[in-house]
Ligand binder design. Sequence first.
Ligand code: NAD
Length: 489
Amino acid sequence: MDTAGVPQRRNYIDGRFLGSNRQFEKTSPVDGSAVATVHEADRAMVDHAVQAARRALKGPWGRMALAERAEMLRAIATGIERRFAEFVAAEVADTGKPAALASHLDIPRGAANFRIFADIVRTYGMDSYFLDTPDGKGAVNYAMRKPLGVVGVISPWNLPLLLLTWKLAPALACGNTIVAKPSEETPSTATLLAEVMHEAGVPPGVYNLVHGFGPDSAGEFVTAHPGVDAITFTGESATGSAIMRSVAPSVKPISFELGGKNAGIVFADCDFEAALAGMAHAIFSNCGQVCLAPERVYVERPIFERFAAALKQKAQAHVMGWPDDPKTTMGPLISRQHREKVLSYYALARTEGASVMCGGGVPAFGDARDRGCYIEPTLWTGLAETARSVKEEIFGPCAHLAPFEDEEQAIAMANDTRYGLAATVWTSNLSRGHRVAQAMECGIAWVNCWFLRDLRTPFGGAKLSGIGREGGLHSLNFYSEPTNVCIKL
Ligand code: NAD
């Protein structure tokens, strides 16, 4: 289907943009209009992409000096920045998120990911270390990092360019070649990135992009392909499980960044206004579609009522508007299907006995936005800690608030989950901040902040929230294969 005026999002394989006979329409979460026609890659196209990536490992890319590769990553970052407005518009069209958010977070981080990994690989190199022999046997050891080979990158829709490049940049920095499969909901910035790679002179076959869905489509064709050497995936925990099954026969290395059901802990001694602003931002940013968002909020009893009332005001102050309107603070959910899922949790929470403090439904605008996927920001109290709506990831602009009596109870409640991605702790007692953060059974614990990232630090989740860590040297470790060379002197 070719709709006049609607961009075509084609696959990018071996340095060429390729259309497909199978196409699907990507619609706007803002008003349901068509935003792109996406060309779905079939099994043969995915195989073509994998073969191109395998060949590219042996071509100019494979022989390129590390410094030159790092320069190429910088050129990609510059290329994104040069077309900044186009990237913002594409991200906004696919997701409906406020343009201000895409301009401040998604696209700048997309470019920054390439710069930081260019710096990291230049600083640490691919020859990792030399060792003296402690036993006097007269040998010297060194270890060199080699690329893993062809890396399959499967990414989600919530922060499309940011999360794709978070994996792509270190994988390329280590000299791998790529077959990337972005979410079917957000095909656009990954396609623009292919144009930027092309313009930056990235050799054919190094970055291959295939569009499509997960099961029985491009996603599964990539993960199950025997010519793909490693899989890096960000998405739902259940999808991670399915991918594990699909990679099992060929025993590929995997790096998984999965779902969360994160806790926010607010102590009575916190800076009230800072904690309120921080928690409101953490819960509702990107319409709650952030893996790190706290959907469980624990507040120390003496300030519970006051904090809950103030958070409710923050929730109700959100302006659900058009993405380009600077007054808009909250966009829609990504799709009708996802809104059905979130609404099913809104209904479940009520059935489970929640008191609905605010929200719980769908706003009515009386204009084209009624054909979109907007949903009200929602807060609950009164649920049992065992309720499914307190246990399961919802991935919407919502949270349950519960009081706690002391530090020990707060830690126990926060850790009583099968997930282990992130936590945010608010207190003006620094010793307590350290203590509680260290007790969190998760990959990242923030104190008096949230989503404050130094890209050198380990990022990932414990329990159901993931396998492995990425960031800085952790990424170099995953995306390279060390070979130890031992020389008898
Ligand atoms: P999803 O798992 O539905 O899809 C993610 C990607 O996997 C998409 O590209 C999809 O097409 C593909 N996919 C789906 N099934 C597949 C299969 N069987 N084989 C191969 N590929 C398959 O996730 P989503 O809905 O796009 O994203 C939201 C989820 O991502 C939430 O659970 C969120 O917590 C998680 N997430 C985690 C992090 C993190 O860093 N831990 C970051 C962002 C989002």
